[in-house]
Design a binder for this molecule. Structure first.
Ligand SMILES: Cc1cc2nc3c(=O)[nH]c(=O)nc-3n(C[C@H](O)[C@H](O)[C@H](O)COP(=O)(O)OP(=O)(O)OC[C@H]3O[C@@H](n4cnc5c(N)ncnc54)[C@H](O)[C@@H]3O)c2cc1C
Length: 401
C-alpha cells in the first residue's frame, strides 16, 4: 500500500512543516527498511541491531532532547506521530524508544543541570539508551506496594530488590528505578524515590545487578523484557532525581508520556491492520465476487475506519495537551484506554476479514493480533485507566454538601 494512503490524517491538530517532514521521513524509512523484514525479525526474536542503528542515524533517540544537549528539541506530539509510524511497521521499534523518552522527559523536567549534562548528550545520539523500572513480581497496578529498597549510606544508596517486566532491561545503560527510600512513610507514595542506575549495556551481571534470561512473550518480540535483581548494588546519591519522596509524583507525570505513546502505538498498529484488511478484502473472492463487495465485510471496514479515526484524534489531543507541559491524567488516560481497546477490536476484525489465512503466520495480521493485547496492559491496564479517568471526573464535577 502506498504511503499516501497509509493513514487517515486527523484534521483537529495542525502540524508544522517540520512535524510533517519528520513524519514523512520516518514513514518512508519504515516502508523501505521495516516492512520487508518485520515478520522475519519478529519470528527470530532477535534485537534489530541494524534498524536501531538506522534509527540512531535518523536522530530518533534525540527527538525530544533539547538542542543545547545535542537533540532535535521537538515536542511530544512529534514523538507520538513517530510512534504511530514505527508501530505501523513493527510495534517493537516504538518499545525500544518509549522508555528512553520517558527517561529524557524526567531528566528535562525534574533533573538538575549536572544530571542533564551528564546523560542527555549521550541519550540524544542513542549511544546511551534508557529503561524505566517500576513493576515488580508482586506489584504492577498497585505501584505503591513495591518492595525494592534503597538505603542511604554516606554518598551512596544501597539497592536491594527484584524488578519485573523491564523493557530494554538488558541493553539499557541507564535504568530509571522506582524504589522505596522510606518504607514506613504514610501515605506510602511519600517514601518513594527515583534513582538513575548506570550499568553496562548488554551485561547479564554488573556490580550487584543480575539480569536473568529474557521473559518469553506472546508477541512484541525483538525488544527484550527482563527482570532486574538488585543485591547491594550501590548508586551514587547524586543520581537521585529531585528529592527523596518525589519518586511517585515524578513517575506518574512521566507515565502520561508513556500513555500517549501507547495510544500512538495503538493507532499505528490499528492503521496497519485496517490497511491489511481493506487490501485483502478486495483481493479475496467468495461467492463470485471480492469479499469487499459483501455488505457485512463493508460494515466491518466502516466500523474499523471510524474507530481508527476517533482513536487518532483522541491520541493527538492528548499528545498536544501533554506537549504543552501540563499534567494530563484525564486526556492521557482516556486516549490510552480508548485507543488500545479500539486497536484490539480493529485488529480482531481485520483477522476475521482474512478468514483462515488470518491465523497463518504468513500474514502480517497474525503478528498484529499477538501484539495488540500488550497495549491493553502496558503503562497501566484499561481497568486502571478507568479508575484514573473516574477520579479526575469526580474531582472536576464535585458537588458541595
Ligand atoms: C511486555 C511488557 C512490558 C512491560 N514493560 C514495563 C516496563 O518497561 N517497566 C515497568 O515498570 N513495567 C512494565 N510492564 C509492566 C506493566 O506495567 C504491568 O504488567 C501492568 O501495570 C499491570 O500490572 P500487573 O501485571 O502486575 O497486573 P496486576 O496489577 O496484578 O493486575 C491484574 C488484573 O487486575 C486488575 N486490577 C488491578 N487492580 C485493580 C483495581 N484496583 N480495580 C480493578 N481492577 C484491578 C488489572 O487491571 C488486571 O486486569 C510491562 C508489562 C509487559 C507485559
Amino acid at each position: 500500500m502506498t504511503s499516501s494512503k497509509s493513514s487517515l490524517e486527523g484534521g483537529l491538530v495542525e502540524l508544522s512543516e517540520e512535524q510533517q517532514a519528520v513524519v514523512a521521513t520516518v514513514r518512508e524509512f519504515v516502508e523501505r527498511e521495516v516492512f520487508p523484514v518485520a515478520e522475519e525479525l519478529e519470528a527470530r526474536d532477535e534485537f534489530p541491531e541494524k534498524i536501531v542503528e538506522q534509527m540512531r542515524e535518523l536522530g530518533l533517540f534525540g527527538l525530544t532532547v533539547p538542542e543545547e544537549h545535542g537533540g532535535a528539541g521537538l515536542d511530544l506530539l512529534t514523538y507520538a506521530l513517530v510512534g504511530v509510524e514505527l508501530s505501523r511497521g513493527w510495534m517493537s521499534l516504538s518499545g525500544i524508544l518509549n522508555t528512553h523518552f520517558m527517561a529524557v522527559y524526567l531528566l528535562k523536567k525534574h533533573g538538575n543541570d549536572e544530571q542533564r549534562q551528564r546523560w542527555l548528550p549521550k541519550m540524544a545520539s542513542g549511544g546511551l539508551r534508557a529503561a524505566l523500572s517500576m513493576s515488580e513480581p508482586g506489584a504492577g497496578s498497585d505501584v505503591q506496594s513495591i518492595q525494592c529498597r534503597a538505603v542511604r549510606e554516606g554518598d551512596h544508596y544501597v539497592v536491594n530488590g527484584t524488578k519485573m517486566w523491564v523493557t530494554n532491561g538488558l541493553r539499557a545503560g541507564l535504568v530509571v528505578l522506582l524504589c522505596k527510600t522510606d518504607p514506613e512513610a504514610k501515605p506510602a507514595h511519600k517514601g518513594m524515590s527515583l534513582l538513575f542506575v548506570e550499568k553496562e549495556p548488554g551485561a547479564n551481571t554488573f556490580e550487584g545487578i543480575t539480569i536473568p534470561p529474557n521473559i518469553e512473550k506472546m508477541g512484541y518480540h525483538g525488544v527484550e523484557t527482563t527482570e532486574l535483581v538488585f543485591e547491594n548494588h550501590r548508586v551514587p546519591a547524586r543520581n537521585l532525581l529531585g528529592s527523596e519522596g518525589d519518586g511517585f509524583r515524578q513517575v506518574m507525570d512521566a507515565i502520561e508520556v508513556g500513555r500517549v505513546n501507547v495510544a500512538a502505538r495503538a493507532v499505528g498498529l490499528a492503521t496497519r491492520a485496517f490497511e491489511e484488511a481493506i487490501r485483502y478484502a478486495q483481493q479475496r473472492q467468495a461467492f463470485g465476487k471480492p469479499i469487499a463487495q459483501h455488505q457485512m465485510i463493508q460494515e466491518k471496514l466502516a466500523d474499523m475506519a471510524t474507530k481508527l479515526e476517533a482513536a487518532r484524534l483522541m491520541m493527538l489531543q492528548a499528545a498536544k495537551k501533554k506537549s504543552a507541559g501540563e499534567r494530563s491524567d484525564l486526556e492521557a488516560g482516556m486516549a490510552k484506554y480508548f485507543c488500545t481497546e479500539a486497536c484490539h477490536e480493529i485488529v480482531t476484525e481485520a483477522l476475521r476479514v482474512h478468514g483462515g489465512y488470518g491465523y497463518s503466520a504468513e500474514y502480517t495480521i497474525e503478528r498484529l493480533y499477538r501484539d495488540a493485547p500488550f497495549l491493553l496492559i502496558g503503562e497501566g491496564t484499561s481497568e486502571i485507566q478507568k479508575l484514573v479517568i473516574a477520579r479526575q471526573l469526580l474531582e472536576r464535577y464535585k458537588i458541595e454538601g
